[in-house]
Design a protein. Structure first.
Lengths: 353, 293
């Protein structure tokens, strides 16, 4: 049973950059957790501290029931898959996979069994005697995975392992990694800047922003109840529409260029707010009613399975996701913003209210 | 590749002419001359010469001082090559640990390459000076009565040490850039796979440095055989006496001091063959050099 506890961990690099302010995170056994956030937000820093590749400035990290702060990477019983795969260029695929086992003093037949089992799982048996330079990107990726699973570690760490692959392969590997992880039942921490990867793969997502964890939750929680304006706009494609408004104290928000929006719950704040609505929650109507606004279609983006309607509300871009059946009469249309679909955030703090 | 068109077919040869004439005048012609005179016995005043076939070569290998010099040259080269490579590697590995990511230091260290070898040679010789050299001084305080130019062993010791010392900066820079060429993530992956730093060095770092190492090995053998002439000459101050010298230095001694042009030519022909072998070896290595990517 491997749970991981990250307790008020902080990282300050020698040059003074605080890459991670004190952050805590609990990961249960077998969980697949994704650290997601824009580039430079500190995801890799956190992952590398867990791996032991970076010093922990403050706080403690435990893996299983051991505090690992002072353990070497090799003693932490982890395996890591790097973005550029980091295969040993002078070794064959077999040797790459066997290296960690050999250094741990495993017997030759033992190693052979482990490697061939992992190779079979990843369909790389026929490449075992090739050098990494003789493999395609996708094959190298598999070897990197193989090198990780062959050791049967208690924790997998992934640092953007799919970002060097083309889109099709990426989708395929995404599913494959997840299947493999479930099969092996190994706790995993996966770093990515791609919110789609995060949504599709994670049991639990931690969204990071400028060295802070903004929210921890299931993909559904993150998507449907974003804790801050940052999470709301980072997760989801196309992103959530955000409008500036002012809460009037009794169930309504004044939005410039739109009028008054009715909301479904009372707010504690009385100041400026930001109102968010996901494109797929916007309804297109042909007549005005409560919570509607007349719009002009700037552009219709055909997606095949649906369409994206691009418009402006005042000077703010606004997107609605429409299904295919919906007929569009471009002269006379209104966007309806249902009260229960509105997300409200304090304009000052960015927090959900 | 795109072919350029010249107006006259002779034009490209005309452009090559200056370079070719330098090569011919300063390299091929003397080489050919040396080969020719290695088959002749020349009288000391250079008025006449007699064709003697392979006699010069026969004499050479039969003379005990030639064999002794050859033996010393081998020892000298092995020691200089080994220690200058090993010391430089050790220094480069240490520097690499500090340098990861710090590019200012890197640029500073590159200066070592630009200024160090000649200066290092001079400093080295000063260190061993019989009267004021601090190393000589130091040896005397620990009871080693160090006599440069008098005691064979002491002289050899100084020659070897200065030669090593002088070559370290060059090796250091090559090793350092080789080390910096190893991706950080590969080292990190290895640190997860293997706890022992030493073992990681021998199984990951060292093999990945092998191309650099092979290249430097040839460079250093060539250096120890040929480019140490200056060091030896300064150490001996032109007075070899009873002291050991290398084969290259002996060519100079026999030819210009002993006026034995034939014998000295024969010796230099042997050295030429050695260079040829080294060069072929080096090209083979470069061809076969594994490119990791
Ligand atoms: N070795 C380092 N020294 C100094 N600053 C660093 C170092 N590594 C990363 N940083 C800084 O720390 C922050 C977080 O980096 P990182 O964890 O790599 O971000 P991410 O993986 O989320 O893109 C960035 O501002 C980055 O510039
Ligand atoms: Mg990163």
């Amino acid at each position: 049973m491997t749970k991981v506890v990250i307790d008020k961990v902080r990282k300050v690099y020698p040059n003074g950059t605080e890459a991670l302010s004190p952050s805590s995170l609990d990961i249960a056994h077998g969980e697949f957790i994704v650290l997601v956030g824009p580039s430079g937000c500190g995801k890799s820093t956190l992952l590398r501290m867990i791996a032991g590749l970076e010093e922990i400035t403050d706080g403690t990290i435990s893996i299983g029931d051991r505090v690992v702060n002072d353990l070497d990477p090799a003693e932490r019983d982890i395996a890591m898959v790097f973005q550029n795969y980091a295969l040993y260029p002078h070794m064959s695929v077999y040797q790459n996979m066997a290296y960690g086992l050999k250094n741990r003093g495993r017997s030759k037949p033992d190693i052979e069994t482990a490697v061939s089992k992992a190779a079979k799982l990843l369909h790389i048996e026929e490449f075992l005697h090739r050098r990494p330079s003789q493999l395609s990107g996708g094959q190298r990726q598999r070897v990197a995975m193989g090198r990780a699973i062959v050791r049967d570690p208690s924790l997998f760490l992934f640092d953007e392992p799919l970002s060097n692959l083309d889109a099709k392969l990426r989708n395929q590997m995404r599913i494959e990694i997840r299947k493999l992880q479930r099969e092996l039942d190994v706790t995993s921490i996966y770093v990515t800047h791609d919110q789609i990867e995060a949504m599709t793969m994670a049991d639990k997502i931690a969204v990071l922003n400028t060295g802070r964890i903004e929210q921890i939750g299931t993909p559904s929680e993150i998507y449907h109840k974003p804790a801050s304006i940052f999470v709301a706009s980072f997760m989801g494609a196309p992103p959530m529409n955000i409008l500036d408004g002012k809460y009037n104290g009794n169930g309504g928000v004044e939005v410039a260029d739109l009028g008054q929006l009715t909301i479904d719950h009372a707010l504690k704040t009385t100041g400026k707010v930001q109102v968010g609505i996901r494109p797929e929650n916007v309804e297109i109507r042909t007549e005005a009613s409560q919570n509607t606004v007349a719009i002009k279609i700037d552009f219709l983006e055909e997606l095949g399975a649906g369409r994206l309607l691009h418009t402006m509300i005042g000077s703010t871009p606004f997107i609605a996701h429409l299904d295919n059946e919906h007929p569009i009469d471009s002269d006379n249309i209104f966007a309806h913003l249902p009260p229960q679909a509105l997300h409200l955030f304090d304009a000052e703090t960015g927090q959900r209210v | 590749m795109k072919k350029s068109q010249f107006r006259s077919p002779l034009y490209p040869y005309l452009l090559l002419l200056p370079q070719l004439s330098i090569v011919v005048i300063f390299f091929y012609w003397p080489a050919a001359e040396a080969i020719r005179s290695s088959f002749y016995l020349e009288d000391p005043f250079g008025f006449s010469s007699t064709f003697v076939g392979l006699d010069n070569f026969k004499d050479m290998v039969l003379r005990s001082d030639y064999v002794a010099t050859a033996r010393f040259t081998v020892i000298f080269s092995v020691l200089v090559t080994f220690f200058s490579l090993a010391t430089a590697l050790l220094l480069a590995v240490t520097a690499d640990r500090v340098l990861r990511g710090a590019s200012t230091y890197k640029t500073l260290l590159m200066w070592v390459y630009a200024i160090a070898p000649p200066v290092a040679g001079l400093i080295g010789i000063m260190l061993f000076d019989n009267l004021v050299g601090p190393i000589t001084e130091f040896f005397r305080t620990i009871g080693w009565d160090f006599k440069l130019g008098v005691n064979r062993f002491d002289t050899a010791f100084a020659m070897i040490t200065i030669s090593i010392w002088k070559q370290i900066p060059v090796n250091f820079i090559f090793f350092l850039s080789g080390l910096q060429g190893i991706p950080k993530s590969v080292q990190e992956a290895a640190s997860i796979d293997c706890k022992s730093t030493l073992r990681r060095f021998w199984t990951i770092t060292f093999p990945l440095l092998a191309p650099t190492g092979f290249f430097l090995l040839i460079i250093n053998i060539t250096y120890s055989l040929f480019d140490t002439f200056g060091v030896i000459d300064v150490v001996l101050k032109g007075e070899p006496g009873n002291n050991p010298v290398t084969l290259v230095y002996k060519v100079f001694l026999d030819g210009f001091r002993g006026n034995d042009l034939g014998g000295s030519s024969a010796q230099s022909v042997i050295l030429m063959v050695l260079v040829l072998i080294l060069t072929v070896f080096q090209f083979r290595m470069i061809e076969r050099r594994v490119h990791y990517s």
